[in-house]
Write a protein that binds this ligand. Structure first.
Ligand code: SF4
Ligand code: MG
Length: 325
């Protein structure tokens, strides 16, 4: 498999009055061209921070303190996205690498029609010469995100659309510049259960039509089982396991992953119960020493309190950070 992104030692801290929140520490993973790569974990584990840091989308008091995000461009060249200036990264963000966020209401401007907003997204990156041309393209995009009657809908304001329709528009904005990577952060969480499956199907359709790579951020293992090719499991700001969907679901190695899977007896039923593991998510100002999972781990040993476990490849493509291996 060909990499499109190689993330190395990505570390983000938030400098708050209460102390330094070590939101993510030395996060490393590869994303391959054309795959759907899922980042999964409980709320607050750092998965959103990780996805935002990929294009320097970290706001004060947060700071990227270490790491590399190597991005393989179409022409074969490689750039470290973290070394780019604000102006250079803006050309890539929303263009070659686009985001879809959880809440479609917050992603759309209530004052402009959906057509105008799609057109504007293209205009920012010089893909159209005027808004009128953009509106024509917006109609095509609304069609591709399966919005019925796009000629009429293009003139709608966000409040005239249902939550599911709005998220389709947000996805339309996301794909409007034909991105190579689409980062979807909990794209279905704010939606009704009935609409969630449709949105996931749509993401899959976009991946095929636009030939994109998808990074999917979710706390829902059912979503992972249905849509992802590979998975990285995060816990308390660290990646604890990486593998194919098959490896993770059939042969989970990390006690945390095992706990997650036990908490969801059948991932296909989409029961959202990741919090069923005893104990609470640690405070990231003073994270537990050694393995951050040790206070909650049923298999913890003495060494777990002393030494940070490194990610190790146990079988081809299957990595785990745990002293049991
Ligand atoms: Fe449990 Fe130790 Fe493995 Fe951490 S390193 S998951 S505490 S066994
Ligand atoms: Mg989040």
């Amino acid at each position: 498999p060909e990499p499109i992104l190689q993330v190395r030692n990505l570390t983000v801290h938030f400098y708050t009055y209460a102390g330094i929140v070590k939101a993510i520490e030395k996060v490393s993973f590869d994303v391959y061209k054309g795959e759907t790569f899922a980042l999964v974990g409980e709320t607050g584990c750092g998965k959103s921070v990780t996805s935002r840091a990929l294009t320097q989308l970290i706001e004060s008091p947060g700071r990227i303190v270490e790491g590399q995000v190597l991005y393989y461009r179409d022409d074969g060249s490689v750039v470290d996205l973290l070394k780019l200036s604000e102006e250079e990264i803006r050309k890539i963000r929303g263009n070659e690498i686009a985001y879809i966020f959880q809440d479609p209401h917050a992603s759309l401007d209530p004052l402009y029609t959906v057509g105008h907003q799609i057109a504007e997204a293209m205009e920012v990156h010089g893909k159209i010469s005027n808004i009128k041309e953009g509106i024509q393209k917006a109609i095509q995009i609304l069609k591709s995100v399966l919005i019925p009657d796009p000629e009429r809908r293009v003139k709608n304001y966000p409040h005239e659309l249902s939550g599911g329709m709005k998220q389709r528009v947000v996805i339309g904005i996301g794909v409007s510049n034909n991105p190579r990577i689409l980062i979807a952060d909990e794209p279905t969480t704010a939606l009704d259960v009935t609409v969630q499956a449709q949105i996931l199907e749509l993401l899959d359709k976009m991946k095929r039509e636009y030939n994109a790579t998808i990074i999917l951020i979710t706390h829902n293992l059912g979503v992972v089982a249905e849509t992802a090719d590979r998975v990285a499991v995060m816990y308390a700001g660290k990646i604890v396991e990486i593998g194919s969907v098959d490896q993770i679901f059939k042969n989970p190695l990390h006690p945390y992953t095992q706990g997650l899977l036990k908490a969801v007896p059948n991932p296909m039923t989409k029961i959202e119960k990741l919090e069923a593991i005893p104990g609470t998510v640690p405070n990231l100002i003073n994270p537990p020493s050694g393995c951050r999972f040790h206070p909650r781990c049923p298999k913890a040993m003495e060494v777990c309190k002393q030494k940070v476990p490194e990610l190790k490849e146990i079988e081809p493509g299957h990595f785990v950070a745990c002293h049991l291996y």
